[in-house]
Design a protein around this ligand. Sequence first.
Ligand code: FAD
Length: 285
Amino acid sequence: MTLPSTSLSALDLAPSPTGIRTVTRPLRRRVLTVVDVRDISASLVRVVLAGETVDETTLAPFAPVDHVKLFFPDAQGELHLPEVVDDRPAHLDRTRAIFRDYTVRDADPAAGTLTIDFVRHDHGPAGRWAIAARPGDEIGVLGPRGSHVYPDGHARYVLIADETAIPALARWLAAPLADAEVHAVVVVASADDVPELPSPPLGQRRRIQVVGAPQHERAHALAAAVTQLDPAHPDTFWWIAGEAGTIAPLRRTLRDAGVDRGRRDIDGYWRVGVANLDHHVEDDD
Ligand SMILES: Cc1cc2nc3c(=O)[nH]c(=O)nc-3n(C[C@H](O)[C@H](O)[C@H](O)COP(=O)(O)OP(=O)(O)OC[C@H]3O[C@@H](n4cnc5c(N)ncnc54)[C@H](O)[C@@H]3O)c2cc1C
């Protein structure tokens, strides 16, 4: 059974001072229409979708990695979206659906819009769809499903993202972490790939470090950046997302430095050579 949308506003998406909470939302399925497409950096294209109204809790400030499953048309232009049965997608593995995970970059319930920032690349159906997207195109959307609500009580936040995680990083940077120190590391091919990011709330000490490196040099560059940031710092929360193989060694670095699960979230958003990586398989937990 799909719960009525009114129940969504009752979800507790407030942060705790420490620890990551997971809040499950009722699963919603909809077909949205592209209303705007524009480049926001050398490698990111912003697509604004509209249709059924979006839920007012979609943009909870401490749930920056909320994401949806987007369903893309097949070669004949047909969209295949699973039915939602008992609050789950039915037989997702057995349908012809083409789906990928994307971050909710923005949502405006009053306007009924949902904004997604896509990395422009032509290696897979999602990247190709984004390159060709035009107003009037349709896309299927499932979710967002589970929200990770991050803590707001740490002295320092280190946020590390590649191009695919820039939308989630931008959401993080909009979080009202007024008294914290925030250090963001963005690993990209070149500085032109970084779009305009939200400015810091009053009182926040913020540094954004852009590391320009081709894919094969990124693991090395990130290891050096993390060492410089002192993994043993006792009151830092670490969020890291990007290419799975590149960020995997950082998991061990943080574990060895005594950073427990309540103070880290490391998520592989894609993997070189793998189509539709299931990021849950790569999960820390
Ligand atoms: C929680 C979550 C949130 C995400 N949010 C975003 C987001 O907001 N914006 C975004 O752009 N991506 C995001 N991603 C990553 C995105 O889902 C993957 O990049 C996805 O694989 C793209 O699908 P595709 O059909 O283009 O390529 P696939 O069919 O999945 O892969 C085909 C080939 O393309 C390669 N490939 C996949 N992605 C890239 C890439 N970015 N650059 C170069 N080669 C690639 C693969 O290694 C593979 O060889 C997110 C992933 C997760 C798990």
